[in-house]
Design a protein around this ligand. Structure first.
Ligand code: NAD
Length: 293
């Protein structure tokens, strides 16, 4: 069984990005610049944004964190988005989700200039991705593809079963893996909360992707021998043996499933670090103005 080490791979890829940034700077140009907008004090969002800012430092990008209280109005947030759209020094930016209930997330996402939409959440980027046109790919699915590719795991002709159909993970990943592309050409089965006999579907998977948000949901009897398991889930559960009183687990019961798997991602240290690294790659693409619309 191979542990698909996303932490190590993300360090390798970040070093590659760093080298390219050094070359940009050596030519006298400015480094890529990512901005993040953080509204309120959601601890998970704080941690994600903190990670993104730290990753920018590691790869030599400039970063700007725009922090606003929970009480910000939708119009005020839209004005910040417009300023970032107009700022020639900002290559790409993200608005960390979720936003408070009084702010319409869709409206905010639509306000982001697709050329700066390094999260790949704007419908223009999503549609272009679906059609196989150059686009910013959403970070988590892109991170999963990199993890498969750089570990030499073929997707062509493989049966991939995805559990969870969210717009940021399951659905785009299904599109990418079934596209006619190097890390595509898989036969994809998309499953979700209304799937009848889920275990019958997951047992057919050569590659199983869990993106559900329920701790340890995938059990050993739900996978076949030799499966490749990609666990996207990040769930905090109580653990009295830890100083913090809690720990992170995935959507897969790792200890039970790993012995049956050919390869498996750990949580933490699997898909999570790859997501942030994919965001760095998108920001580098934005700096290069590589994606033309
Ligand atoms: P979501 O809540 O938007 O969607 C969950 C999906 O799971 C839904 O499509 C639903 O149909 C499906 N589902 C729920 N219960 C089910 C059941 N009993 N059987 C089958 N399907 C079921 O989730 P999301 O935003 O895609 O996140 C999923 C998980 O991935 C969460 O734990 C989240 O924290 C994690 N996540 C991790 C990263 C990362 O970088 N590793 C990024 C995004 C999300």
């Amino acid at each position: 069984m191979v542990v698909l080490d996303g932490k190590a791979l993300s360090t390798t890829i970040k070093n590659e990005i760093r080298q390219e940034v050094d070359q940009i700077i050596a030519k006298g140009d400015r480094p890529p610049h990512l901005a993040a907008v953080l509204v309120g004090n959601n601890p998970a969002s704080e941690a994600y944004v903190g990670n993104k800012v730290r990753s920018c430092e590691q790869v030599g990008f400039s970063s700007t964190l725009v922090r606003r209280p929970e009480s910000i109005t939708e119009d005020e947030l839209l004005a910040i988005v417009q300023d970032l759209n107009d700022d020639p020094e900002i290559d790409g930016f993200i608005v960390q989700l979720p936003l408070p209930d009084h702010i319409n997330e869709e409206k905010v996402t639509l306000a982001i200039n697709p050329k700066k939409d390094v999260d790949g959440f704007h419908p223009l980027n999503f549609g272009r991705m679906a059609q196989g046109l150059p686009a910013y790919l959403p970070a988590t699915p892109q991170g999963v593809l990199l993890l498969l590719e750089r570990n030499g795991i073929e997707t062509s002709g493989q049966h991939v079963v995805i559990v969870g159909r969210s717009n940021i993970v399951g659905t785009p990943l299904g599109i990418l893996l079934s596209r006619k592309d190097k890390m595509g050409n898989a036969t994809v089965t998309m499953t979700h909360s209304r799937t009848r006999d889920l275990a019958a579907e997951t047992r057919r998977a050569d590659i199983l992707v869990a993106a559900i948000g329920i701790p340890n949901f995938i059990s050993a009897d739900m996978v076949k021998e030799g499966v490749v398991v990609i666990d996207v889930g990040i769930n905090r559960i109580a653990d009295a043996s830890r100083k913090s009183g809690s720990r992170l687990v995935g959507d897969v019961d790792y200890d039970a499933v790993a012995p049956k798997a050919k390869a498996i991602t750990p949580v933490p240290g699997g898909v999570g670090p790859m997501t942030v690294t994919a965001l760095m790659l998108n920001t580098l693409k934005a700096r290069r103005k590589e994606i033309r619309y």
